[in-house]
Design a protein around this ligand. Structure first.
Ligand code: FES
Length: 338
């Protein structure tokens, strides 16, 4: 079994530490990756690094989470990060002094599954020319010219492989406006291509008649699903909220597994995961098993859990820079925001 290409998430939400510190850590990781050759796509030990929204700790930052082990580190400054990289990333030894949280018991962390991640195939680290005896160098270069022709065919085969169709998992998250709007933009594009579309809004009132709902009715051939009775995340009754979240997820499961859609949108679905009304791992395992391979799935909402970000194919973070209400007290405009 190959080692997993790790994915690091750094909180830049700003409550646990200034977001600039997270950005500086990301730059440091990129630099370390370059130094260790772990920035190369074909290296199964490559390290990805993503600036994430709140990781749910909100103190003792900067917070850095390392996957697939699901280990959260706290108080990560430049020195600690260097230590984590050397000890955890390179030598598989977590830095216990800074561990804030573990998703799995120590020693029972998930292992890498290359057939799932598409990383099958051997990676050969670059060999420094200076390490090759001079008499062998010309021979090696001649071999490389010969094998380049063979490699050309292999590369073309690889390109054909990358053109394969796949139902994408798309996540629109972040604090800024536009997460649902972007999802509905894709919905419009899919509708134009006569794709079968379902939309399930997890938090919006079923009686709401926002502009996008009116548009979907006018466009026709879009299943706009209600989650039941207009529950919201402002509910004071957590048992009821959890039950409603599960009820809505049940509807989503039925629709997704029915294979009747080419595109399915779960609007505001990150909140039940973030607030723990639904178990993220259970949801993701179900999707792994049951999502039709060619069906595209879009999930929107703030606070996308790191495991969901890891699972998704395409993740976009909307960042708020300026807002008419916050700066000028201008209320939401019909046709623009709803
Ligand atoms: S703000 Fe950083 S973990 Fe929540």
């Amino acid at each position: 079994m190959k080692p997993y290409g790790r994915h690091l998430f750094i909180c830049m939400h700003g409550n646990c530490a200034p977001s600039e510190e997270g950005e500086a850590l990301q730059r440091q990781i990129h630099q370390l990756n370059r130094e260790h050759g772990r920035n190369k796509l074909r290296n199964p030990e490559r390290v990805k690094c993503t600036l994430a929204d709140c990781l749910g700790v909100c103190q003792n930052g900067p917070i850095v989470a390392v996957y697939p082990e699901g280990i959260w580190y706290e108080h990560v400054d430049s020195e600690v990060l260097a230590q984590i990289y050397e000890s955890h990333i390179i030598n598989d030894e977590p830095v216990e002094a800074h561990v804030a949280h573990r998703l799995y018991p120590a020693g029972q962390e998930p292992s890498y599954a290359p057939q799932v991640r598409g990383d099958e195939g051997e990676y050969q680290p670059d060999v420094a020319p200076s390490s090759i005896p001079a008499t062998k160098l010309a021979e090696k270069q001649a071999d490389e010219i010969d094998t380049a022709l063979v490699d050309g065919a292999a590369i073309r085969k690889q390109i054909r492989k990358t053109r394969k169709k796949k139902g994408l998992v798309i996540v629109n998250t972040g604090q800024g406006k536009g997460k649902t709007t972007a999802a509905l933009g894709i919905m419009t594009r899919a509708w134009g291509r006569k794709m079968r579309i379902g939309v399930l809004q997890f938090l919006k009132n079923e009686n709401a008649r926002f502009g996008e709902i009116k548009a979907a009715h006018r466009m026709g051939a879009i299943d706009w699903l209600s989650t039941g009775d207009g529950w919201t995340w402002t509910s004071q009754d957590m048992a009821e909220t959890t039950a409603k979240a599960q009820q809505a997820w049940q509807i989503a499961q039925e629709r997704i597994s029915s294979s009747q859609y080419d595109l399915f949108i779960m609007d505001e679905f990150t909140y039940p995961l973030h607030y723990g009304w639904l178990d993220t791992d259970t949801v993701l395992n179900w999707l792994r098993e049951n999502k039709p391979p060619l069906m595209h799935l879009i999930i929107t909402g703030r606070y996308a859990p790191p495991a969901l970000i890891e699972f998704a194919d395409l993740v976009t973070e909307m960042r708020a820079i300026k807002h008419p209400f916050q700066e000028q007290g201008i209320r939401a405009q019909a046709g623009i925001e709803y």
